[in-house]
Design a protein around this ligand. Sequence first.
Ligand code: BGC
Length: 735
Amino acid sequence: MRFAMAAAVSGLAMMAGWAAAGETPSQADAKAQALLEQMTQDEKMSLLHGPMLALVQRSKRPDGVVIGAGYVAGVPRLGIPALTETDASLGVSNLNNQRPGDVATALPSGLAVASSWDPEVAYRGGAMIGAEAHAKGFNVMLAGGVNLVRDPRGGRNFEYLGEDPLLAGRLVGRAIAGVQSNHIVATIKHFAMNDQETGRNVLSVTMAETPMRESDLLAFQIGIETGDPGSVMCGYNRVNGVYACENPFLLNDVLRRDWGFKGWVMSDWGAVHSTEALVHGLDQQSGDQLDLKKYFSASLEEEIAQGRVPQAAVDTAVRRIVRTLFARGVIDNPAVPGGSIDYDAHAAVAQATAEAGMVLLRNERDVLPLAATAKRIAVIGGHADIGVLSGGGSSQVTPVGGFALVVKRPGTGASSFASRSYGPSSPLAALRAGRPDASVEFNDGHDPAAAAALARDADVAIVFVEKWATEAEDAKDLALEDGQDALIAAVAAANPRTVVVLETGNAVSMPWRDQVQGILAAWFPGQRGGEAIARVLTGAVNPSGRLPITFPASEKQLPNPMLPGGDAQPADKETRAVYGIQAGLKPFDISYPEGSDVGYRWFAKTGARPLYAFGYGLSYTRFHYDGLKVAGGDTLRVRFTVTNTGGREGADVPQVYVSRNGRAKRLIGWDKPTLKPGESREVTVTADPRVIGDFDAKAQRWVVPAGDYRVEVGASAEDVALAGMTHLGRQTIKP
Ligand code: BGC
């Protein structure tokens, strides 16, 4: 009963979202239908496809249009604007400098946002990006990547929101709502199971419906309910043998029939393989020069003429696109290039996001925050004198101020996929500014002996290490590269008060962990990453990030110790498939043996101890949990009290996990209270039944079986501070 109420409430929230952004659903439908009836066939067809403008000859580009990843001509006669599309998850990207010199505020990576465990941090980042996009003339943002992190070698994990469907779904939903608060469309992507880069254009994920519904699909479902995106982008890969962009199970059955999605489905760039895709649920071919054929223009006309594709399929797709433009307010609030942008205010959003997402992993002997008595500080490596690293690929933002350093891969051009780019926010400069009383010396780390010598004479040594990640390519393993492990070992041997700052797009291995006193995961920290790192190190900010992914102790603990397809398709530059340009890749099938038990669930199931557990992160203060009360019956509701027992104000992320006989624990909720020393707060978490239940594929229902459920409250997936049991009655919920 209560579950039905929860669903009704979320339905109302969606309605509220519509009303805030544009027309109500029925007004949008009516207006779209009226326009459809006035459109010629050519006008309809023009909405179903578009090129990547950067690849179109300058003389053939439409006048005055901002260049982004995608462009779809509108119908000016009827007031339907062209769709101007840009990548966007981490800021308004400028792929390969296609808008020469155009900069934008660079948010930290998705993993940093996810580490905040704070949906409002995600919202504020989305709202900021959406405002910049609108001011630059974009009305569709390819923002909202929510593929689950299944493998810590995944090249795009940095763009996504972690390994848990509830956490990732809620955060992406709020990020989307933020983007769309600017009268533009956000695009949740890459639907679905596009969880690795190796072979992404050709691989097929073999997985039964139940585990898919309980993992990746649930993340999308929650994201769509929470954020109501106007568009869904289907992925490159195949799912159970069928390309995601022509997969009727995904697009027609799950997305539209079961979830009631009313927006439009656009393809990823180079992900279309047939004209029949239109009948199977795809509405729009994006970047259409990248596919083998212009399936949704020239080929479509032929297929309609031959009667192989019904005209009704064209009308349906057009209606979906136009109604979404009304519903999201795109038509009434046109995005015109040249709007004003408050870059200072936006930099503050980027910095606040980075600060909320820093995860303190180790703090022996309270090496952090840096003691006032630490007057000689050695800063080593990681280009900390210059800036902070960002991830590569279509999400690459050219930050305000321009890149501080771009390191091209030998033999490649200046492609965003092949250059390590550093934003102009130097942690060294920020530390010097934060500690004017100290002498802060830098060594670039190239010579471990010289770095160790600097560390030996210092009160504390801070080693910056980095591991770049990029779209279209997975890492071969978890190790830091270029001798950075040896550098840390040498510095730690010279000075036990060593702190490591990680700038990575993933979990990494740490053979030196026990030799250092501090470890801070800063991810790719964005526009003001250097300042954010410095403020955490000096204690101006009390770290409150928690891991949204598990850090495994080694690849051997993973469900796939070798990356699926890693043998058939080495993830090197010769075989990289970028934008569907496939360098002779052969199709192959992969499976993910963990199924719905992604990440910490797999570790719980196998009993393996990770290096750092999902949900883990330290603070400069301490928290205590007590007073657990668990209510069962038809709703699982958990209450407990969090108290700050340390000496500083700080935010904590108490987490609630539920398990039952034969099934690994699952996160059902969390909170993020900020507490003064001695302050307590009661936290209430109510389970979403889909997280505690199973998806019954035969009955096409979520089922919460009657039985006893174990509830655990803790500071990570491994920590059990409080535990209790309760009994739940059987529930079934629509898919
Ligand atoms: C990526 C998408 C992106 C698109 C347009 C593709 O390579 O997979 O995430 O939106 O390019 O740039």
